[in-house]
Design a protein around this ligand. Structure first.
Ligand code: GLN
Length: 364
């Protein structure tokens, strides 16, 4: 088996494309038993809360329709290469949309907390852009889609750690390693702060997920060492991968993701708090990388379907940005073979269609 084939799926050991296809052909998802360790509320209770929170607007109608359509869809499988993620209930499903006013429309398990995982890559890249400029990202790791899985080592080797992007693991770890700071604590404080500023509330780390990934992230440690060897960042590679693992474990809800997306949709200004979190000048570049690389090797397919810059995480989250209109956040843990939430993608695609929110459709 070639290296590239070996890397298909979440990791060589866990979620191969073939295994996923067999699961889908076999008639649907494997539902994790019992409640998740991350969230104790039963999904049904959370659904009622979410429904009550929605108003009667077109946005509310669109998210309610998508919620009803896909609530019981059983496709895909939780990520399990980080053991704690396999423990989360596969039944959770939340959708939230945040617009230019401070109102957030939400349905289902939109307030449940889960680990942000790869979606964090967007916000740490934003921090480096803010501190050092967009050129820093372009020079250190590149802004091109790899067309390969997010933890590909082959993609690093191909161009000695360049010609990739900050949204695959090597680029993301290097991006953490390029945050300025005199100590790991100082760097961490900045990373957590920018995530909190985007969300409009103080965020926290999910400790069980952080521990679970720290105990098992041998591949990311190898990637960090390799990127360091290619001089892609000045930080100690062991520290960089630890900070990266911590940032991936930050707890968010679908509602948080909607507000984070809306902050990007409105030029870097959080519509709930009014705070300018990121200079407007950096937003187009960030959205461009989301559009081309935010959904890993399925980024082109996703852009073709929706036109929206979007970022996924293996915790089951998605954040999509409709520039000038709104941000969408979803939470539904079962993933497809590329590592993207199945119900989240279906819901967002339908909402975009219902609200005519594909930016490429706005051609006058
Ligand atoms: N923490 C995860 C990892 O490094 C993030 C991956 C993801 O969400 N795609 O593998």
């Amino acid at each position: 088996m070639s290296e590239a084939q070996g890397e298909k799926g979440m990791s060589e050991a866990s979620l191969s494309r073939r295994a996923m296809m067999a699961t889908l052909a076999g008639g649907g998802a494997i539902l994790a038993a019992g409640g998740g360790m991350l969230s104790m509320a039963a999904p049904a209770e959370a659904q009622k809360r979410g429904r009550a929170a929605s108003g009667g607007t077109a946005v509310a109608a669109a998210i309610n329709d998508a919620y009803t359509r896909y609530r019981t869809l059983q496709e895909g499988k939780n990520a399990d290469y980080i053991p704690a993620l396999a423990e989360v209930s596969s039944a959770f499903f939340g959708i939230a949309v945040a617009g230019s006013d401070s109102k957030v429309h939400e349905v289902g398990d939109s307030k449940e907390l889960f680990s942000i995982q790869s979606i964090s890559k967007v916000f740490t890249a934003a921090l480096v852009m803010q501190e050092s400029g967009g050129a820093k990202i372009e020079e250190s790791v590149g802004v091109d889609a790899t067309g390969q899985v997010f933890n590909s080592i082959h993609a690093v080797e191909q161009f000695r750690g360049k010609e990739m992007n900050p949204f695959v693991n090597p680029g993301a770890i290097a991006t953490v390693g390029n945050v300025k700071g005199g100590s790991p604590d100082e760097v961490w404080a900045k990373i957590l702060q920018i995530h909190s500023d985007f969300a409009g509330r103080q965020l926290d780390v999910n400790q069980p997920v952080y521990k679970s990934e720290s105990d098992t992230n041998h591949r990311n440690r190898a990637i960090s060492a390799l990127m360091s060897a290619y001089e892609r960042f000045p930080m100690d590679p062991v520290v960089a991968v630890d900070l990266y693992t911590r940032q991936c474990s930050i707890n968010v809800s679908a509602r948080d993701l909607a507000v984070m997306g809306a902050t990007l949709a409105f030029g870097g200004r959080n519509p709930v708090t009014g705070k300018q979190v990121l200079d407007r000048a950096h937003v187009p570049g960030l959205l461009a990388i989301m559009a081309t690389a935010g959904m890993y090797d399925d980024s082109g397919k996703w852009l073709f379907r929706t036109g929206l810059p979007t970022k996924s995480g293996v915790g089951g989250g998605l954040v999509a940005v409709s520039p000038g209109k709104f941000g969408i956040g979803t939470f539904a843990p079962p993933l497809d073979a590329a590592g993207n939430s199945v119900r989240g993608q279906r819901a967002i695609a339908d909402i975009v269609r219902a609200l005519n929110a594909n930016p490429y459709a706005q051609t006058g």
